[in-house]
Design a binder for this molecule. Structure first.
Ligand code: ATP
Length: 281
């Protein structure tokens, strides 16, 4: 299978971890007594696009949910090891997980707009964040809505129907709306868990282009089942797999993490090579 790396028009700077956003060390993640993922060590760089790939059940979603403490919402989920965010322990006692989730945006597999107008979907987050500082003025809100929809490459398609229900948009438009809603609160990081798996190839291509554009401003981590997608858009790729230990227990683990070029052109680990060449998974 030929895998195309960064097609024309996707010009990205050289991959760099010089400015780390996350430093993950010896991370193990449990659901109850089951250690679902073990020994994750990786650094995620600012304004890099980092893809997490691997066969079903290897723990990609479990790991990405640790990057904004979404796992806290799953009963029995807990972590050991460290997820440092700008050097600070994201799981430290003084860290407010709600604030974490406000600062680190997330886009899910299935577009999930609120059952509100397009405008209100975008205005909601900035209005909540404004909170006690008083109401956001109409013109400031209008500006924020336009800026976020433009940033998510949706403005031209919706600018004449901002009061219409978001649920009337196509799936691809809804997903771009969800991205606009995420960027409206000006996060530093956007986590995307299989953001294109419910979309057709044209809508997928638009989201891929958008990811590359957004990476000029945001740090992006994406889980994808689609290796071609990882190869096309990401700067760094983490390959996970699941294996059974001596006690017969199945754990997900990070096999190899490197630049996307290295992972797809000359992986160091045989398991990575088998996966990307389609011999496994
Ligand atoms: N909410 C949960 N409660 C208990 N176990 C879970 C939960 N979510 C995931 N797991 C387990 O954790 C392991 C990793 O699952 P996870 O969904 O993170 O893998 P994945 O690589 O994202 O899979 P997929 O590609 O199929 O989405 C699996 O063994 C799964 O059964």
């Amino acid at each position: 299978m030929a895998i195309e790396l960064a097609p024309q028009g996707h010009e990205r700077p050289q991959p760099s971890l010089a400015d780390p956003v996350y430093e993950v060390s010896d991370l193990d993640i449990y659901y109850g007594d089951h250690k679902a993922v073990r020994d994750v060590n990786m650094t995620i760089g600012r304004r890099q696009i980092t893809a997490m790939i691997g066969p079903s059940g290897c723990g990609k979603s479990t790991v990405i949910r640790c990057f904004n403490r979404m796992n806290d919402l799953i009963p029995g989920a807990r972590v050991t090891g460290k997820v440092a965010y700008h050097g600070e322990d994201l799981y430290g006692a003084d860290i407010d997980p709600i604030e974490v989730r406000r600062r680190i945006g997330m886009v899910f597999q299935k577009p999930n707009p609120f059952p509100k107008s397009i405008y209100d979907n975008i205005a909601y987050g900035p209005r909540v964040n404004q909170g006690r500082k008083g109401r956001l003025s109409k013109s400031a809100t209008d500006d924020l809505v336009e800026e976020a929809l433009t940033g998510a490459a949706l403005w031209d398609e919706v600018k004449d129907k901002l009061k219409n229900s978001a649920l009337a948009l196509s799936g691809g438009q809804q997903q771009r709306l969800c991205i606009a809603r995420a960027i409206a609160v000006k996060p530093e990081v956007i986590l995307m868990d299989e953001p294109c798996s419910a979309l057709d190839p044209i809508a997928t291509a638009k989201i891929e282009d958008l990811m590359v554009e957004l990476a000029a401003e945001f740090t992006i981590v994406i889980v994808t089942h689609n290796m071609q997608q990882a190869a096309r858009v990401s700067d760094w790729t983490a390959f996970f797999t699941a294996g059974v230990d001596d006690a017969g227990v199945r754990h997900g683990r990070l096999v190899e993490y490197d630049t996307t070029r290295k992972i797809f052109e000359s992986p160091s680990d045989q398991r990575t090579e088998d996966y990307i060449t389609g011999r496994f998974g």
